[in-house]
Write a protein that binds this ligand. Sequence first.
Ligand code: BTN
Length: 254
Amino acid sequence: DEAFAAQNFLKRWVFLQQTDSTNLEVKRAAAAGDWGPTLFVAEEQTAGRGRRGRNWSSPPGSGIWMSLLLRPKLRPERASVLTLVTALAVTDGIREATGLEAAIKWPNDVVVKGKKVAGILTEMSTDMDRIEFVVIGIGINVNTESFPEEIQSVATSLAIEQGKRAARTPIIAAIWKHFAAYERLFEATGSFAALKERYETLLANRNREVRVLDPDGEYTGTAIGITEEGELLVLRDDQSLTAVRSGEVSVRGI
Ligand code: BTN
């Protein structure tokens, strides 16, 4: 508790033994007038959700399932940058608390040795073209001992990678410490520019071949960095440069 209070960022922290989804907890709290920043952490989720409407397996004890209620003073079209800020904080938090070399798979997966350990699901509620609130949901596989065979080549946990169980509280504390600092910098400058260098340092796709699937079709190239708006810069095989927006595309390593 002290670790959280000390950061002076989270106004409230709610721990739940079981819930449907911490993202839904945030939406209910926001509807009831909670101003945030409020953090919900659950031991178990019975209806955890991932991106693209997928299920997010959230059994008791094996992971960190948490969501933040935030009411940022941002235009809705810039809110996606918060997901990048979160990816930075989760990656740095995991590195600090475990020593593992976590990296970011653009835009918002956290990987260790190329396999996913954490995912982020950001949702936004707007009213008259203004942000009412944002939900930042984070799922981290911490002590999961094994994954179904179909996903063993793409998913892992901190315990699998470090060969021993990991304590969750220090990881949570480190993540919100980094988030508070990055978010302050982002708000103060109104831009992602100050965070771009750190993000690129942690970018697992950097200088890697990627295949981009977007509404215009499919192409391959090399990921060379990100823009200040958080787009992935891809140097295409025909030597043209494209800024790829998240949400519109799927990027695969090849
Ligand atoms: C992804 O698909 O990679 C995003 C996964 C996000 C999972 C987290 S767990 C806490 C929060 N509550 C949910 O229902 N989802 C997010």
